[in-house]
Design a protein around this ligand. Structure first.
Ligand code: ATP
Length: 204
């Protein structure tokens, strides 16, 4: 995602309940600007007129009611239909990418930028990033956390997990791995990566 002017951009990802947002907040405490790609996608579907028009053209004008996206109707279309989901993503991802570039241009003096997203690998956006951090925790621990955070059932969590690549594959492709099982302290792991990013010590 870098060009000659933009600071390096580091992706931060991990499967559901791994602790991406928790870790992003630690980086934010160190003064690193964080772009939340998943939130941006939702926001842009509300605010970006070009994207709204494209979503309506593909999924029908009724998908917006009085200007508001009918999330339940859209979810019903895409949740169990891979082709429809792909069509939606093909509209949303480029809009998010464009928005994140504009956001990056507002943080040109940052040491580096962080981009948090659940599907950094699945969407292919890792190819546009300079480095990728993967946050990990065991499946049992992740399921426990999401049940207690969202008040959902284990089956509902697993249905969401099924749509994500396996953690092992992501760890192999990562430049940095943060273990968030709860057995290793998070802050020292975050500081180690932060110092490497700042010093430009990126090959180890
Ligand atoms: P999602 O993909 O669903 O957005 P996430 O990867 O962003 O999840 P978080 O929301 O950061 O994950 O964490 C999931 C839940 O687990 C949150 O309620 C968070 O407070 C809790 N949590 C995160 N890390 C830890 C930890 N090390 N120990 C205990 N609880 C944790």
């Amino acid at each position: 995602m870098s060009n000659s002017k933009m600071p390096l951009t580091v992706g931060l990802t991990g499967n559901i309940g791994s602790g991406k947002t928790t870790v992003s907040r630690l980086f934010a405490c160190l003064g690193v600007p964080v772009y939340y790609a998943d939130d941006a996608g939702k926001r842009l579907m509300r605010e970006d007129e070009e994207l709204k028009a494209a979503v309506q053209a593909r999924f029908g004008a009724a998908i917006y009611k009085e200007g508001e996206l009918d999330r339940a109707a859209l979810a019903a279309i895409v949740f169990n239909d891979a082709a429809e989901l792909k069509a939606l993503e093909a509209l949303v991802h480029p809009a998010v990418f464009k928005d994140s570039i504009a956001w990056g241009q507002r943080h040109l003096d940052a040491p580096y930028l962080l981009r948090e997203a659940a599907l950094t690998f699945e969407s292919g956006s890792y190819k546009l990033l300079d480095k990728v951090i993967v946050v990990t925790a065991s499946e049992a621990e992740r399921v426990r956390r999401v049940i207690s955070r969202d008040g959902v059932t284990a089956e509902q969590v697993r249905a969401r997990m099924d749509k994500q690549w396996k953690e092992e594959k992501k760890m192999e492709m990562a430049d940095f791995v943060i273990n968030n099982e709860g057995t290793e302290l998070l802050i020292p792991q975050v500081l180690e990566i932060h110092h490497k990013m700042i010093k430009g010590d990126l090959d180890s």
